[in-house]
Write a protein that binds this ligand. Structure first.
Ligand code: BDR
Ligand code: CA
Length: 313
């Protein structure tokens, strides 16, 4: 069994990653912390709470975290996920209440109470995690792994030529996390473009075998389809948070990875938000991350199909 703490800016692909965790009987979720990112903190919270409800997982605590980047102004992704973060398909995304307590306090409390047991998986900007580390540096040693959806290991970004959204939205926080000494596994955006693109035939299959949960996972990607096919030039929708979740749940899905020193650029300019992945250790700095190079698409698709075909509740 795998125990996870999930940090998420719940937009449409985060929601699929949550479904994969909620619906997997081998996964225990110790808690979920929400952060702003794809949309506002309030909307991300509603999206996480709604997803928890349709998966019949209301016993899993969901906490409100931080609503603003450490230093920089707001930067969202409504162009990729819709105004409500969930494709604007008319879901009833209001009125649900998060569990009591601040996400940062709870993340520290729960992970420190079970040292070496909990994999932290991050699906959004790293603001909550950076603040938790600033408050309690021992968190870095207490996590089993920190599996991060963020950055670029190889190739162009999705926000600027150099940067990926989760890092760009709070580069100062990301820099702190990569410097913290946490055992990091980095899943860059290109991994999803290569090994987690769900093509039209796959979305048909998800809907066919997955009933309402399969349809939910597909239908909320309405804006992502546009972005993925028109801007990213992919044959379907890339699912960065779900492939990262798959890696957190079952690291054997990773076919090839590199030990590297990853430096996050937080200085203004064209490289803002870049993750410089030093695989050859040119800079003479110690390794601070395992960077995913290749993952198994087949295994990923199987985990996704399994998640939507399990009975809810
Ligand atoms: C990341 O940014 C968001 O759009 C997605 O939810 C994912 O976490 C991809 O760059
Ligand atoms: Ca996300």
């Amino acid at each position: 069994a795998t125990t996870l703490w999930i940090d998420t800016d719940t937009g449409s692909d985060d929601a699929v990653a949550l479904v994969m965790a909620f619906m997997n009987p081998t996964v225990e979720i110790a808690g979920i912390s929400v952060v702003m990112g794809n949309c506002s903190l309030e909307k991300a919270l509603q999206n996480a709470l709604y997803t928890r409800e349709i998966c019949g997982a209301t016993h899993v605590p969901v906490y409100a975290g931080i609503g603003k980047a450490l230093i920089r102004g707001p930067f969202d992704a409504v162009n990729v996920h819709g105004e409500d973060g969930m494709g604007d398909i008319g879901l009833p995304l209001s009125g649900r209440l998060p569990d009591e307590g601040h996400a940062v306090d709870k993340m520290i409390e729960v992970i420190l109470s079970r040292p070496g047991e909990i994999t932290l998986v991050t699906l959004g900007p790293l603001t909550n995690v950076a603040v938790a580390l600033a408050r309690e540096p021992r968190l870095a040693q207490a996590v089993k792994h920190c599996v991060i959806m963020g950055g670029i290991g190889d190739g162009p970004g999705n926000v600027t030529p150099a940067s990926e959204f989760n890092i760009y939205a709070d580069p100062d926080a990301a820099r702190m996390v990569f410097q913290s000494g946490m055992p990091i596994v980095m899943c860059g955006w290109e991994v999803s473009c290569r090994y987690a693109v769900v093509e039209p035939a796959d979305t048909d299959e998800l809907k066919r075998v997955g009933g309402s949960l399969g349809a939910f996972c597909v239908d909320i990607q309405r804006f992502l389809v546009e972005f993925a096919t028109k801007v990213s030039g992919l044959p379907g929708i890339d699912l960065p948070d779900p492939i990262t979740m798959a890696i957190a749940i079952d690291p054997s899905i990773v076919v090839k990875s590199s030990e590297a020193f990853v430096e996050v650029v937080n200085a203004d300019g064209p490289a803002l938000g870049q993750t410089i992945v030093d695989r050859k250790l040119h800079a003479g700095k110690p390794v601070n991350a395992t960077v995913v190079d290749v993952a198994s698409r087949d295994w990923f698709m199987k985990m996704l199909i399994d998640a939507v075909t399990r009975p809810v509740g």
